[in-house]
Design a protein around this ligand. Structure first.
Ligand SMILES: Cc1cc2nc3c(=O)[nH]c(=O)nc-3n(C[C@H](O)[C@H](O)[C@H](O)COP(=O)(O)OP(=O)(O)OC[C@H]3O[C@@H](n4cnc5c(N)ncnc54)[C@H](O)[C@@H]3O)c2cc1C
Length: 502
């Protein structure tokens, strides 16, 4: 008899697949109300991909449970039948984490959208995983509180997805990532058990399994409730916008600000192609002559902000800023940020497709990486816009390409891998905040040794011994890495470009 994970991976004939789907749907029907189960192609198609739309696969079925008990029943059926499960929040992920697995189902947490409690005294909120990130701050606003991690997708993405990806955002430089702002996670394991990680106390005894869960990309357990920290809204905030005639100088200014002991509330950088694209789109008032601009936010009491702005401005001037503008009102502050927040849609306006990379480098390597990316633009004959969380060294090069042109797609993929592997070479990592998913799985072979990857698998195995929870994502197998070694881009050339890649 096949191991369930092997059964899941078998390539089925269309007839066998239809039969398998009937079997799985029938079993799920027995434990779920009809409105909690989708299986017709027209209903499951919206779930075939996440924000990384280049990779798609139809699931056998989509379950939309409403209670934790229903989640447990779905898990029990999938265990019995050997069906892989992909948990899903809002599907805004950019690394294919919520893309369905072969012969598997999607378990959407979209109906878990209750804010269970806002405790203004303890400054915490208990929320279900399908609650949108921004909805938490909206619920806390009457108490003068908010939830700090603010991914640009915060209007749509869910806290369950944020926990799974350890999401970050503009303000995470000062206030920390998801992992620093979550106290407790409740989840259902593939065994069907309910487990709690962390506690309401600032720390909990034993191994820090909460930190292991956060960023586990839906591979360890299905999150059903999250307790987050809330913090007081700063009294005021101002932004300094600084122009540079050279991207390397801009990168060095970022390192200079942190070295001077300032931790800005946000420290973002955009290069000229990015400012041009957003200026045409939203008119944020950016300096179009600059090779790069930096947005540096200060928040706190009016006195703290005034003092920090003076110090930041001095450091920026020392590092060669050619122009400095300071927001004079809340409306102007939001206008400066509007360009940064609309950078991704702006890329969509000037190119049929864009591929958003997510590598991280030490701050001192930002300048050298940008210079290398410029060289790569010539090598791969594709344009790239850079817009990123400079303070965290978390780069988001947006490679512009036309997905209808197969050759351009291959070049974009090779360009992306080259950027990530350059990040590793410069002392960084292949991912910052978007996760590995399916997108960066090959680059993991470059960053980690076989022994390190075996250790990752051992942790996965401890949570999910049958390998049914979002398998084939996040951690590459030894055979995948061996294959990748053969397919690896060298000198800008992809060996065997004619062969289909995952
Ligand atoms: C325009 C745009 C801007 C973005 N900006 C940022 C940014 O600034 N910072 C940032 O970090 N990310 C950003 N992202 C990426 C994305 O929004 C985040 O990764 C987000 O956390 C995904 O949340 P989601 O609810 O959409 O999760 P999904 O995409 O549905 O899922 C993401 C992963 O989480 C798992 N998952 C989801 N829910 C659960 C659960 N309840 N239990 C267990 N696993 C679960 C899935 O299996 C998958 O692996 C951006 C995306 C877009 C489209």
């Amino acid at each position: 008899m096949n191991h369930p994970a092997e059964l899941a991976a078998i390539e089925l004939s269309p007839e066998a697949l239809a039969e398998r789907q009937r079997e799985v749907v029938q079993a799920l029907m027995a434990v779920l109300p009809a409105h909690c189960l989708l299986y017709r192609e027209e209903d499951t198609t919206p779930y075939e991909c996440d924000g990384l739309a280049a990779y798609r696969r139809l699931p056998l079925a989509v379950t939309l449970p409403e209670t934790e008990a229903q989640v447990q029943r779905i898990v029990q059926i999938c265990r019995r039948l050997g069906v892989p499960i992909v948990p899903r929040g809002a599907g805004t992920g950019l690394s294919g984490g919520a893309m369905p697995i072969k012969n598997g189902i999607v378990l959407s947490l979209a109906r878990f959208k209750k804010i269970v409690e806002v405790d203004s005294y303890a400054r915490t909120a208990i929320v279900q995983p399908g609650v949108r990130n921004l909805a938490i701050s909206e619920a806390a606003a009457p108490y003068g509180l908010y939830y700090a991690p603010d991914p640009s997708s915060q209007i749509a993405c869910t806290i369950g997805g944020n926990v799974a990806e350890n999401s970050g955002g503009v303000h995470c430089l000062k206030y920390g990532l998801t992992v620093h702002n979550v106290l407790r996670v409740r989840a259902v394991t593939m065994e069907g058990d309910i487990v709690e990680f962390g506690s309401l106390a600032p720390d909990s005894p034993g191994l820090d399994l909460l930190a292991v869960m956060i960023g586990s990309e839906g591979m360890f357990a299905i999150v059903t409730e999250v307790t987050v920290k809330l913090i007081p809204k700063p009294q005021t905030a101002q932004v300094v916008m600084a122009s540079f005639d050279d991207v390397v100088k801009g990168g060095d200014a970022v390192a200079g600000i942190i070295a001077s002991g300032i931790i800005p509330a946000g420290l973002e950088m955009m290069d000229k192609p990015a400012t041009r694209a957003v200026e045409e789109f939203v008119g944020a008032g950016y300096d179009l002559d600059a090779a790069a601009i930096l947005l540096c936010e200060s928040d706190g009491t009016p006195e703290e902000v005034a003092e920090e702005i003076v110090r930041m401005t001095a450091v920026l001037r020392e590092h060669g800023a050619t122009r400095i503008q300071i927001s004079r009102s809340e409306a102007e502050r939001l206008k400066f940020w509007s360009g940064r927040k609309n950078a991704f849609p702006a890329a969509g306006r000037i190119s049929p497709d864009y591929y958003c990379m997510d590598g991280t480098v030490p701050r001192r390597s930002i300048g050298p990486l940008l210079a290398r990316i410029e060289e790569m633009e010539r090598k791969y004959r594709l344009r790239c816009m850079n817009v990123f969380h400079a303070g965290d060294g978390n780069m988001h090069p947006l490679i512009l390409f036309n997905g209808n042109d197969l050759d351009e797609w291959h070049r974009a993929e090779a360009f992306g891998s080259d950027i990530l592997e350059t990040c590793v070479e410069l002392g960084g990592t292949v991912t910052g905040e978007h996760g590995v998913g399916i997108e960066k799985i090959n680059s993991m072979c470059v960053q980690f040794s076989p022994e390190e990857r075996d250790a990752f698998f051992a942790v996965k195995h401890a949570f999910d011994p049958l390998g049914l929870l979002n398998p084939d994502k996040g951690i590459p197998t030894r055979s995948r890495c061996a294959e990748y070694g053969k397919m690896h881009v060298r000198g800008g050339l992809l060996p065997h470009a004619e062969l289909p890649r995952f």
